[in-house]
Ligand binder design. Structure first.
Ligand SMILES: NC(=O)c1ccc[n+]([C@@H]2O[C@H](COP(=O)([O-])OP(=O)(O)OC[C@H]3O[C@@H](n4cnc5c(N)ncnc54)[C@H](OP(=O)(O)O)[C@@H]3O)[C@@H](O)[C@H]2O)c1
Length: 293
């Protein structure tokens, strides 16, 4: 399959590109800078120059491909406004990608987050939240999946809070960045809240499996660790950086504060059983041992 990929230089995107190329697919990747273009070509992809906001470039990418994997997302989390802008850009891009595929029965795989359900791990059958600081992302993916009824094999891979590689990435990566800035490895609340996680190389395999075979309108959980206590994550970060580990106010984490404070374990039993997906790479707590002071 010739696959149009956005976000192909990211923590998840780079392994997705490699996974596709290693399994006989070709990749046309969106590249918004010279540096990204160089990295993607070096990985073996062809490139299409443009940004997520260049909607005509996105249309051209769909026209030239047999399927799409949408991963690009702006990483400016510095304020609620910046986060909202990133969400709006992704929403507009997904709407265009989906619309271009209507009636084609071609696949598009997009990214979503695992939902949270009080008192138990969330499953693939639970709906994603459509309110709160990232509710707009839930609304975008829900709209995309609804295109299943209009001849689009639209699917979503729901990612856990932390998708990691070499000790970096995701919410645990944000905790590490914050610890370096503040000189304290902090966690909100009492730190017993659990976050799920997966290694990026394992997540990449699931993106390929879903692209190749998942039915229209379905959502899947790329979860390896069902839930690590945030206090345990902060403890490894603190030890690796030689910093004290302590509870800090939720506001320390800006717009993500309320999400960081929540207990949100997630299961992938259905995904593993149905798609024969089996994570093989290190768990989050093992991978965080790669953090360098
Ligand atoms: N990592 C996680 O733990 C995690 C967890 C849940 C969900 N997710 C979601 O999974 C997706 C991929 O995550 P990631 O960790 O791989 O992200 P990442 O490492 O931050 O990479 C972001 C990617 O998006 C591209 N990008 C950002 N803004 C763009 C724009 N305006 N135009 C074109 N390309 C743009 C970047 O390109 P450049 O290289 O050119 O900057 C890069 O390839 C995102 O939607 C993210 O929100 C990630």
């Amino acid at each position: 399959m010739r696959v149009f990929v956005t976000g192909g230089t990211g923590t998840i995107g780079a392994p997705v590109v490699a996974e596709l190329l290693n399994h006989g697919h070709t990749v046309l990747a969106l590249a918004r800078s010279e540096e990204s273009d160089h990295a993607l070509k070096g990985a073996g992809a062809q490139t299409l120059r443009g940004s997520l906001t260049d909607l005509d470039v996105l249309r051209a990418g769909v026209a030239e491909s047999d399927g799409v994997i949408s991963l690009a997302f702006g990483r400016d989390y510095s304020s609620a406004e910046a986060l909202a802008q990133g969400i709006a850009e992704e929403a507009a891009a997904l709407a265009v990608l989906g619309e271009e595929l209507v009636g084609s029965d071609r696949p598009i795989v997009t990214v979503s987050g695992t939902p949270w359900v009080p008192g138990r791990p969330s499953t693939e059958a639970d709906p994603v939240p459509t309110d709160g600081p990232v509710g707009g992302r839930g609304r975008s993916v829900t709209a995309l999946l609804a295109l299943a009824s209009r001849g689009v094999r639209a699917t979503a891979v729901r990612l856990p809070r932390t998708v990691h590689n070499e000790g970096q990435g995701g919410f645990a990566g944000l905790l590490t960045d914050q610890a370096r800035r503040a000189g304290v490895s902090g966690y909100p609340g009492d730190g017993t809240q659990r976050w799920p996680a997966v290694h990026a190389l394992d997540a990449a395999v699931l993106f390929r499996l879903v692209l190749e075979s998942a039915p229209a309108g379905t959502a899947w959980h790329a979860v390896d660790d069902e839930g690590d206590a945030v206090r345990d994550i902060a403890a490894v970060i603190g030890r690796r950086l030689g910093l004290p580990v302590e509870s800090v106010p939720e506001e320390t984490f800006g717009p993500f504060g309320p999400i960081f404070a929540m207990d949100q374990p997630a299961s992938s039993a259905y995904t593993r059983d149905t798609l024969s997906w089996e994570p093989k790479h290190p768990s989050l707590l093992e991978d965080l041992e790669n953090i360098q002071p």
